[in-house]
Design a protein around this ligand. Structure first.
Ligand code: AMP
Ligand code: ZN
Length: 138
C-alpha cells in the first residue's frame, strides 16, 4: 500500500476525519472506527512505515512514548481494569492497514475479549535450535 492510498496517511493529512485523542510532532492517536472495546485507540506515526521493523528508532521511540502515556490515560478515562497494546504486522497477523500502528484496547475483568491464548510446548531441544536460528539473523 503506497502512502497516497493509505487511509491513515489521509487521516494524518486531514483528508479523512477522525476522533483525535492525542497529537504531537511525530504521532497521532485517534479512536478506532471498529472498536474491540469502548475507548479502543490507535497510535500512529505521522510518517508512513508499513511494519514495526521498518520504523527508524526515533519513530518507534516516539510511538512507544506516546502509547505508554495514552494507554494509562485511556484506561483511566474508561475506568478499565487493564489494557492490551497490540501491533499486527502482516496479513497473517491480522494487519489490515499497512501503516504501522499500536492498538490500545481497554479491558475489564470478565469482558470476554481474547479469552483464549493458544499455546503449546516446544519438543526437547527445539527451543535451543529456534533461538539460535533467530540469533543468526541479528
Ligand atoms: P489492523 O488490523 O491492525 O491493521 O487494524 C486496523 C484498524 O484500523 C482496524 O481496527 C480498523 O477498525 C481501523 N480503522 C480503519 N479505518 C479507520 C478509520 N477511518 N478511522 C479509524 N479507524 C480505522
Ligand atoms: Zn500511511
Amino acid at each position: 500500500m503506497r502512502e497516497k492510498e493509505c487511509i491513515f496517511c489521509k487521516i494524518i493529512s486531514g483528508g479523512i476525519s477522525c476522533h483525535r485523542v492525542y497529537e504531537d510532532d511525530a504521532v497521532l492517536a485517534f479512536l478506532d472506527i471498529g472498536p474491540i472495546s469502548i475507548g479502543h485507540t490507535l497510535v500512529v506515526p505521522k510518517q508512513h512505515y508499513e511494519k514495526l521493523h521498518n520504523c527508524p528508532v526515533e519513530v518507534f521511540s516516539a510511538m512507544s512514548a506516546a502509547t505508554g502515556k495514552i494507554a494509562g490515560v485511556v484506561a483511566e478515562a474508561m475506568q478499565a481494569d487493564g489494557y492490551n497494546v497490540l501491533c499486527n504486522n502482516g496479513r497473517s497477523a491480522g494487519q489490515l492497514v499497512d501503516h504501522v500502528h499500536f492498538h490500545v484496547i481497554p479491558r475489564k475483568i470478565d469482558d470476554g475479549i481474547f479469552q483464549r491464548w493458544p499455546k503449546f510446548e516446544y519438543s526437547s531441544g527445539q527451543a535451543e535450535k529456534i533461538a539460535a536460528r533467530i540469533r543468526e539473523k541479528l
